[in-house]
Design a protein. Structure first.
Length: 86
């Protein structure tokens, strides 16, 4: 690797130490930076719910529990910020 390429790699900002995990409360990830606004969280939740609604998971869920219950369950798929320091 050339010296120029090594210098470029060192200057590129990167996020290290991100280790997402999944548990009974959902998907978690620790990320640097300021928390997003409530408006952005709402937009992220809506986009996440739409991705679910347009996936094979949605069809299977509706078939298993019915449309009304699937819609109720979908509302529980939300993007949230949890501050462990609070």
């Amino acid at each position: 690797m050339s010296k120029k390429r090594r210098r470029q790699q060192k200057r590129q900002p990167g996020v290290t130490g991100i280790a997402p995990w999944l548990d009974d409360q959902g998907l978690h990830a620790l990320l640097p930076g300021r928390p997003p606004s409530q408006e952005l969280l709402d937009q992220m939740t809506k986009a996440h719910q739409e991705r679910i609604r347009n996936s094979p998971l949605w069809d299977a869920l509706v078939q298993e529990v019915g449309l009304e219950e699937a819609e109720r369950m979908l509302q529980q798929f939300q993007v949230k910020i949890h501050d462990p320091g609070v």
